[in-house]
Design a protein around this ligand. Structure first.
Ligand code: CA
Length: 221
C-alpha cells in the first residue's frame, strides 16, 4: 500500500508540482487549498505525512500543525516563504518536524519527505498489560486481537495511555483530544469512552478503563 501524503497549499502551481512529483515518487497524494478543508481531510484520510504551507488564507500552517499535534504524531513538513529565526522557532514549537524555505528544489523536498517517513517507523508500540497501542500506525490490539477505533477514540485512548493508572479529568481530556472543536456542556468524552469500552469488550478486554466518579477516567495500570 503506498504511503499517503496530504498537502495543504493555496499556491496552485506549487500544489500541482508537489502532487506530480510525489505521485511519481510512488506516494498517494491528496492536495487541499485551504486550512479548514485540509484539517478535515487530515482527520479523515489519516495520512503518513503532512505537508503544510505556512501562509494560507484561513488557518495558517502553524495553526494546523498545533491542532494536529493534539492527538496525532504524523510527521509534519511546513513550507514557508519566511526565512527568519523567529518563524522557524514558531514552526518547530507548533509541532512541525521539519520546514523548507520557499523557493526550494523539489529534490530537496522529496529527500526530506523520505527522511520523515523513515523516522516514523521508529515509534515503538506501547504495551500496557494485554493492551497494545501503536502510535505510528494508530492501531490497537487486545491480547493480539485488533480493536478498530475511530481516530478520536484512538486519540483518547493514546492520551490516557501516556500514564496508565493516572486519573484524567473530563476537561483535561476534552482540551487535549478535542481542543476548541468541542461544543460546551458536551457528553462527548463519556460517549467515546463507552464506545472504546464496548470495542475492547468485544475483543475480550474487560475493565480496561476505570470510571472515577465525579472526576474522570483512568486506564488500568
Ligand atoms: Ca500560501
Amino acid at each position: 500500500m503506498p504511503q499517503r501524503i496530504v498537502i495543504v497549499e493555496d499556491d496552485l502551481d506549487i500544489a500541482r508540482l508537489l502532487t506530480l512529483e510525489l505521485s511519481e515518487a510512488g506516494y498517494e497524494v491528496h492536495a487541499f487549498d485551504g486550512g479548514v478543508r485540509g484539517l478535515t481531510a487530515i482527520r479523515e484520510l489519516q495520512p503518513d505525512l503532512i505537508v503544510l504551507d505556512l501562509g494560507l488564507p484561513d488557518l495558517s500552517g502553524a495553526e494546523i500543525a498545533r491542532r494536529v499535534r493534539r492527538h496525532d504524531v504524523t510527521p509534519i513538513l511546513i513550507l514557508t516563504a519566511r526565512d527568519d529565526v523567529a518563524t522557524k522557532v514558531e514552526l518547530l514549537n507548533a509541532g512541525a518536524d521539519d520546514y523548507l524555505v520557499k523557493p526550494f528544489h523539489v529534490e530537496e523536498l522529496l529527500a526530506r519527505v523520505g527522511v520523515q517517513l523513515r523516522k516514523q517507523h521508529v515509534g515503538a508500540p506501547k504495551e500496557i498489560g494485554d493492551l497494545t497501542i501503536d502510535p505510528v500506525r494508530r492501531q490497537v490490539w487486545w491480547a493480539g486481537t485488533e480493536v478498530r477505533l475511530s481516530p478520536r477514540e484512538f486519540a483518547l485512548l493514546a492520551f490516557m495511555a501516556a500514564q496508565p493508572g493516572r486519573v484524567y479529568g473530563r476537561a483535561e481530556i476534552e482540551r487535549n483530544v478535542w481542543g476548541e472543536d468541542l461544543p460546551p456542556a458536551s457528553n462527548v468524552v463519556d460517549v467515546h469512552v463507552a464506545n472504546i469500552r464496548g470495542k475492547l469488550r468485544d475483543a475480550g478486554g474487560f475493565g480496561v478503563i476505570r470510571t472515577v466518579r465525579g472526576v474522570g477516567y483512568a486506564l488500568k495500570g
